[in-house]
Ligand binder design. Sequence first.
Ligand code: GTP
Ligand code: MG
Length: 359
Amino acid sequence: PHRRSATGRTAFFNELAQCLFDFVIQLLPTAEEMAVKEDVRKLLEKLIRTIEPESRLLSFGSTANGFSLRNSDMDLCCLIDSKGPPLQASDLVTMLGDLLERETKFHVKTLPFARIPIVKLSLDPSPGLPFGISCDIGFENRLALENTRLLLSYASVDPTRVRTIVLFLKVWTKRRKINSPYRGTLSSYGYVLLVIYFLVHVKNPPVLPNLQQMPPLRPISHEDTHIGEHNIWFFDDTELLRRKWQSANTETVAELLIDFFKYYSRDFSYNTGVASIRSGLLKKESKGWATENDGGRYSDSSRDRNRLCIEDPFETNYNVSRTVTKDGLYTIRGEFMRASRILAARPERAIIALAQLCE
Ligand code: GTP
Ligand code: MG
């Protein structure tokens, strides 16, 4: 039976919000898991330093941005601080691969000639680590460290609402199989950017401020705000933000999630729009990402890469969703519509809606 009264609506939202918290909480990594991962990072750092003494191994991605689920993989980035002639990333990858193969129990695979050379490691499940570990080590990926910090800052402005929505979406996109960039859909990183874009630029009043457009507290040099040509500055004093930023938006996570699905099922302009966290809604045309046939200026491959457009917060010439194919986008939108439909029906028990969503 549909609940049509206003109190019925509110009751449903509150119940769904509670279900979302409960659902997400049981999927968070345990303190033990976090500790094991930190030990692994330290061990790997120690080994890398036998090859390159001036190096640091830093964690990025979900283990560092506050959006990690239980048993998620580890993303590590090796930074080399030495002033001497740098080792080629491809050589480092090969040397490190050999070393880890000799000295550890990890299964090792090296990709020295990939666009971003990496070492892939995995550890078989054991009693203390029932799901094993898988881990990628990349090199000098400073932009990824910065975008991890940006996501962490957004998460800490409004921890409960942002984390609950993002973590729920992560589970949902995995269960519905729309979280595989290699198979034409979108990465976790892409979905997180869609959520932040929605909370900063679509919701009115906004749930989150635009951290990249807030004025700095004191002047900062060009050098300190740029990596290459990319402006990486954002307001990162989250202590201050937590005290000062009070969103006028008081919707529950349930209302926000329902609205998120509605927006991306029918309101976002997929054909012409670019979701930019830095600048709001942009036009594909203005970025040279247009997909329309305008005299053959854009090749088929450009059309295929730009079905869905999400501008990276720092690498603004980079479409994070370039992996999404025509079919992939059709599937993703179909899933947003399905989710909208299930939640709009407001079944008697919110928990049933969640279970149905994640079937
Ligand atoms: P799970 O592994 O599913 O838990 O999610 P995750 O948050 O670790 O996301 P994902 O594995 O998709 O990406 C890990 C990190 O790599 C992100 O936080 C980014 O810092 C970086 N990253 C991933 N994809 C891209 C991309 O397309 N462009 C850029 N610039 N960075 C990316
Ligand atoms: Mg990851």
